[in-house]
Design a protein around this ligand. Sequence first.
Ligand SMILES: Cc1cc2nc3c(=O)[nH]c(=O)nc-3n(C[C@H](O)[C@H](O)[C@H](O)COP(=O)(O)OP(=O)(O)OC[C@H]3O[C@@H](n4cnc5c(N)ncnc54)[C@H](O)[C@@H]3O)c2cc1C
Length: 504
Amino acid sequence: MLAKRASLAELAGEQWDLIVIGGGITGAGVLLEAARQGRKALLLEQQDFAWGTSSRSSKMVHGGLRYIAQGEVRLTRDALRERERLLRDLPGLVERAQYLFPLRDGRFPGRWPMTAVLSLYDFLAGIRDHRFVPRAQVLMRVPGLDTAGLNGAMSYTDALTDDCRLVVRCLLEAARHGGRSLNYARATAIRTENGRTENGRARVDVTDLESGDSLTLNAGAVINATGAWANRLGGAGQRIRPLRGSHLFVDPARLPVADCLTLINPRDDRPVFVFPWEGVTCIGTTDLDHGDSLDQEARASGAEVDYLLELINGQFPKVNLGREDILSTMAGVRPVIASGDGKDPSKERRDHAVWEENGVVTVSGGKLTTFRLIALDALCAAGLLGPREARRARRSNAPLFRPLPDAPEQVDQFLHGVQDDEALLRWVLSHEAVVHLDDLLLRRTRLGLLRRDGGAGLAERLRALTGELLGWDAARWEQEWARYEEIRERFYGVPPADRDRAAA
Ligand SMILES: Cc1cc2nc3c(=O)[nH]c(=O)nc-3n(C[C@H](O)[C@H](O)[C@H](O)COP(=O)(O)OP(=O)(O)OC[C@H]3O[C@@H](n4cnc5c(N)ncnc54)[C@H](O)[C@@H]3O)c2cc1C
């Protein structure tokens, strides 16, 4: 188990086969696969696990209809196979969800092109789950949807998850195979000899952000899995184009949805999802170049909020959704590999890239859904997995996850609004390396995003639990609460309108 956070000093003096830098889904997947192969592996994350993009995605474990529409059949097939594997291995944490794609007169795609695309989509996944839903039924399933030109919808299935819990689940599973991970540990430099890392010649300088201590760790191989930050640690072989996407979590009483709706914004023909998630309604995403510093958390701009509200109010003319209905916002930065030709952000390819420079393998781009395949590619490039073993692993149907002994069932569940469950909170505080209150309220659980009061109503209970399980005294609690409130307000709050910035 991850248990309490390890100290950096405890991990120094060891000779690691592999150090993975970056504690998002990519790094966690690499750690899990390396540990499963019997490698002595350590993961370092500069903030909290999944603090980067991997807690801020659209939560979809999917093949990606847009990829198939763009002709990316292989990418879609691989992602769909991984989706089916995750549905099998992590029931409750990855759940099949019903999607509806409304069809309108004169708008592309119509019923038959969609049927063709969905037939291929289902065929690649090995299922048959799509059908046409007549207009009257659509309006029963989605009350309030604009009726203008509506002639039905295509229904199909994909899957939803809690991305952050998926990352932590990978780390917990890796720990069972001996994989270690440390949050709040920033790699400041990777040093190799003559561009080679064999014989333990790679050195990673690390600073423990909690204690302020710095030291050097030794490893046979280093994989830079820092996503949007990849260019900062020397992985400059490909240029990352950071693209921001933002979501709104809104009061489900104001916009209740039972299905995941794929709405096409008539303004720019971009798809936006509206879906039920953990008891609230989630709307997203935008897609624009992220010009803000990567040193601070990404946050939604006022213009992005306007863009999403305008879309909803166009598609649900009587709802009149406003800023007061938004419980919180969430913005993430996609580590997209730049094509270099200044494409429209939504047209950039979303697959991953692995490259090697001076003995360090960098992996970036890609999707949440395909983390296992991305990990195998990275381990191959680092020489820790032979091509034949990698081929076998790719085809293997062996379960990646086993049930966690002693864990309450809520640990592997989501979408059920059980996040304030006592057993879950106790497990998380005891087994999931929580360092700060925001780790608990914004990532291990999403209480801070889902509740209008940001969790204030739970404060007394949380104060008692963190005292008992983490040893926090009154002063530490006050400090943590103030830190959490500031982060929530600045980065997950509702920004005022600022129409002078581009939204998407
Ligand atoms: C808005 C949005 C919606 C998306 N929706 C979906 C979706 O529905 N389905 C899907 O499959 N994919 C989706 N994606 C893509 C997916 O979320 C990303 O591809 C994935 O999360 C990237 O994971 P990562 O581990 O590579 O990067 P990250 O999660 O960003 O992890 C990199 C980590 O490295 C850490 N780091 C950086 N520098 C250092 C350092 N020096 N030392 C130590 N640690 C460091 C960072 O703090 C960060 O936590 C979406 C992306 C966005 C932005």
